[in-house]
Design a protein around this ligand. Structure first.
Ligand code: URA
Length: 211
């Protein structure tokens, strides 16, 4: 079994922008703009080890072998709905990435995550997947989403969030020790309502202004 891995992206630009996102007075449009910017910076880190291929090109001076990535092999998977906020920023940096979506809700009686939407690009077995969701709170829905994605056998999976709770990180890495987690912060704890403390509130509501 592979070692559990969590990378905290502590770049000053990420931390600065995240702090403004956390402030309750930050308006929706500003929150969305910052999320887009932070997501680009997270994409920069999470794609650090993706393979490069060489192609033959000509500069105005001479021919050379130049390194390129195959963006089409990268698939970004958004956990609905808040994942779409990270997705938008990452797509600006990796415009040729393919995109999948997964929607889960928690059954109020059994508390088991139930899938209501699942759509992935074709040839998933040849694709490296980056799953995105801003808040790794209880870890249950993220772990369920990864289990579902594993059923379609992608080449590799990474998970990216903005803020993780220690509890959610434990649940997630116990369930999927083979999936590296990238986050901008591991916060203090989960509260009794399942919110991350100090966190930033409900990420979906803050992105879409639904509260
Ligand atoms: N989901 C959110 O959007 N925020 C939290 O703090 C926890 C779960």
């Amino acid at each position: 079994m592979k070692k559990k891995s969590c990378t905290v992206i502590d770049h000053p630009l990420v931390q600065h922008k995240l702090s403004i996102m956390r402030m309750e007075e930050t308006p929706c449009a500003e929150f969305r703009r910052l999320l887009r910017e932070v997501s680009m910076l997270l994409a920069y880190e999470v794609t650090r080890d993706i393979p490069l291929a060489e192609i033959d090109i000509k500069t105005p001076i001479t021919a050379m072998k130049a390194k390129v990535i195959d963006g089409k092999k990268i698939t970004l998977v958004s956990i609905l709905r808040a994942g779409n906020g990270i997705l938008d920023g990452m797509l600006e940096l990796i415009p040729s990435a393919r995109v999948g979506h997964i929607g889960l809700y928690r059954d109020p009686e059994t508390l088991v995550p139930v899938e209501y939407y699942f759509k992935m690009p074709p040839d998933i077995s040849q694709r490296d997947i980056i799953v995105v969701d801003p808040m790794l709170a209880t870890g249950n829905s993220a772990a369920a989403a990864i289990s579902r994605i594993k059923e379609v056998s992608p080449l590799s999976i990474k998970f990216v969030c903005l803020i993780a709770s220690p509890e959610g990180l434990d649940v997630f890495t116990e369930a999927h020790p083979d999936v590296p987690v990238f986050t901008a912060s591991i916060d203090q704890k989960l509260n009794e309502h399942g919110y991350i403390v100090p966190g930033l509130g409900d990420a979906g509501d803050r992105i879409y202004g639904t509260k």
